[in-house]
Design a protein around this ligand. Structure first.
Ligand code: PMP
Length: 355
């Protein structure tokens, strides 16, 4: 606390990201990064951008990336927005579309960043409980409200929402923006990107951080009606008119166009996830039906916090949340087959020798 801080800054409870410790070489399964490197074509394009163009400012409109995304998704460029990671776009969306006078609805168990931004913009969150199995019931998103935010798949549960449910949600709330955060959609869930032609109130947010292995580059994008994209641009241009730097632009376009590499690495992550899920179930774990690059697991005997600690001692980092209802679960990112074998071996060791 400082006397120089505004009441707003003093009241914030900043988002705590997953730890990135440096004390030893960990198997890092705690922040849902992709274990495979980015597309070699993206790396080549970024290297070329460094060698050629950094003397010059980037295009403030990120035209090449907007065009590439519009072409890929069959949209007009006016229906595409790009930003520095999807977190930045979420922040712009909260500022652009939600009214401090009305609550924004999101699941009670979800990406914890939403609460932080609601607070920042003085918006009251209204948390809608997940059901017993951690599913989202879209019929519960009703009543007086100023907008809806739902990740598909949800995090940290990894459970997807069927596209029909997204459609129902958007249709039954035509006066409010429905934001679908598709950070993990490429690992087997159904994207709502194709619906933005139909619904002026639907905003779909995606990222290069997960399925394109570019978390370090900070690139996200949104698809929506022209009026929603214009709203995001108004907010963005009030802060800073440069969106992405030259390296990020070059790398993103190349990554998006390298469909073959994307399909191959995503398929590998999904295959590893299914193998790990089956083995964990054999070992007695409850594993939610994941369509993401992570699994959400609970053991009937070993408490999650204990397992988190012993795995850490054995050099495996996973994510533990000390929150109601999920404090006996761990979120485990899907790494390479080798990393997951080490994780499973550590789990098996702990089951055989409980401490
Ligand atoms: N949405 C969800 C649900 C996430 O888990 C994350 C990553 N932690 C993000 C958005 C943000 O991703 P990025 O800013 O890297 O695009």
């Amino acid at each position: 606390m400082s006397k120089f801080w505004s009441p707003l800054t003093a009241s914030l409870e900043p988002y705590v990201p997953g730890e990135q410790p440096k004390d030893k070489a960990y198997i890092k399964l705690n922040t849902n990064e992709n274990p495979y490197p980015p597309s070699p074509k993206a790396i080549a394009a970024m290297t070329a951008a460094i060698n050629e163009d950094l003397r010059l400012y980037p295009d403030p409109n990120s035209e090449v990336l907007v065009q590439a995304l519009a072409k890929k998704h069959g949209l007009a460029p006016q229906q595409v927005f790009v930003g520095n990671g999807s977190d930045e776009i979420l922040a712009f969306a909260f500022a652009s579309f939600f009214d401090p006078g009305k609550p924004v609805l999101f699941p009670d168990i979800t990406y914890s960043f939403y609460k932080v931004y609601a607070k920042f913009y003085g918006i009251t969150p209204k948390l809608i409980p997940l059901d017993e199995q951690f599913n989202i019931n879209v019929d519960h998103y009703t009543g007086e409200h100023g907008g809806i935010v739902i990740p598909n798949p949800n995090a940290p549960t990894a459970i997807p929402l069927p596209l029909d449910d997204v459609r129902r949600l958007v249709e039954s709330n035509p006066e409010q923006v429905v934001l679908i955060d598709e950070a993990y959609v490429d690992f087997g869930a159904e994207s709502a990107a194709g619906l933005v032609h139909q619904y002026p109130n639907l905003l779909v947010v995606q990222t290069l951080s997960k399925s394109r292995s570019l978390a370090g580059l900070r690139v996200g994008f949104a698809f929506g009606s022209e009026e929603l994209i214009e709203g995001l641009n108004r907010t963005k241009n009030s802060f800073n008119s440069y969106t992405l730097d030259r390296v990020a632009l070059a790398g993103s376009v190349a990554a998006i166009e390298d469909h073959h590499y994307f399909a191959a690495t995503t398929a590998k992550v999904v295959a590893t996830r299914e193998r790990v899920r089956a083995r964990l179930q054999e070992l007695g774990f409850t594993v939610t039906p994941s369509k993401a690059n992570f699994v959400f697991i609970s053991h009937p005997v070993i408490p999650a916090k204990r397992l988190f600690e012993v795995l850490r001692e054995q050099g495996v980092l996973v994510r533990y949340f000390a929150s109601p209802r999920i404090d006996n679960f761990l979120r485990v990112s899907i790494g390479t087959d080798e990393e997951m074998d080490s994780f499973l071996a550590a789990i098996e060791h702990n089951l055989a020798h409980p401490t």
